[in-house]
Design a protein around this ligand. Structure first.
Ligand SMILES: C[S@@+](CC[C@H](N)C(=O)[O-])C[C@H]1O[C@@H](n2cnc3c(N)ncnc32)[C@H](O)[C@@H]1O
Length: 259
């Protein structure tokens, strides 16, 4: 009954309600007679999208590693590894980047809404490690790199961890100022066919002037040799792209495919 009522509501009502619920749950798990659920994602549509992308990687490539920017409690990171193992992607390694203190100050172009706040999604690295341990993560192919991206995403990480080209990235860090250093860092790792999943693509009312959309648009404007193909949409919020590398002498950009 509740489900039918919910489904009958227009998307303009459901979307802000979902956002509000995400914010409330980020601060405090709902009270219930059940023990509080510790290990979860705010976005249940994201793990299936990761699964779909991993199946494509198994079937058509490219081979490479998994990068996640924004782990919260580590659920999507763990799901990615679990699914990759089930699909036989046994040489894929998993790199997780997060402050583990939650969102930074919301400044710059994103300081226009009340949607995100400093400290949202905070979960200490020790707790994330414990949750991943409890759920059987394979640490021999997983690395967590703590820190705010503008400080932690340094080019020398590539050599230190022998990082390989990117097969799949989940970019789930909500904000423009967070996504800019992520994309700059990925410059060294993108290859033809790399899949980028932007979890917060439609935040800020899907405006190109904020958040992940603005950062990706600016990134592509400066790098006309990347022509992304829209790949999958997931939930109300997420959008994936397959990165196509075009010849730099070929200046014709397929505008209808560009975000
Ligand atoms: C929405 S949560 C990630 C959710 C997770 N992927 C899941 O589905 O459960 C966003 C994460 O991005 C991280 N984050 C955002 N901006 C960051 C920055 N500039 N540096 C480091 N971490 C950042 C936050 O700490 C937070 O854990």
């Amino acid at each position: 009954m509740m489900h039918r009522l919910w489904e009958a509501l227009p998307e303009t009502v459901r979307r802000p309600t979902r956002r509000l619920l995400r914010r409330v749950r980020a601060h405090k798990p709902a009270r219930s007679p059940e023990p509080p659920k510790e290990f979860f994602t705010m976005c249940p549509e994201t793990p299936p999208a990761i699964g779909q992308a991993l199946r494509r990687i198994r079937d058509v490539g490219p081979s490479g590693d998994y990068y996640e920017f924004g782990l919260f409690r580590g659920y999507t990171f763990w799901q990615a590894q679990k699914t990759a193992s089930e699909l036989g992607l046994s040489d894929m390694r998993f790199f997780g980047f997060d402050s583990f203190t939650g969102l930074p100050d919301v400044t710059g172009p994103d300081a226009v809404t009340d949607e995100f706040h400093k400290g949202d999604y905070a979960c200490g690295v020790a707790q994330v490690r414990r949750l991943l341990d409890q759920h059987g993560i394979d640490w021999s192919r997983s690395t967590l790199i703590p820190g705010l991206y503008h400080e932690s995403l340094r080019p020398e990480l590539r050599l230190r961890y022998q990082m390989r080209p990117l097969a799949l990235a989940l970019i789930d860090c909500d904000l423009y100022n967070s996504t800019v250093p992520v994309l700059k860092f990925l410059d060294d790792f993108l290859q033809d066919g790399s899949i980028l999943l932007f979890d917060d693509w439609n935040c800020f009312q899907a405006s190109n002037d904020h958040g992940e959309r603005r950062a990706f648009k600016e990134y592509l404007d400066a790098r006309p040799y990347w022509c992304p193909d829209p790949y999958i949409s997931f939930g109300w919020h997420g959008q994936g792209f397959i990165m196509n590398h075009v010849d730099e002498t070929d200046t014709v950009r397929e505008h209808e495919n560009a975000p």
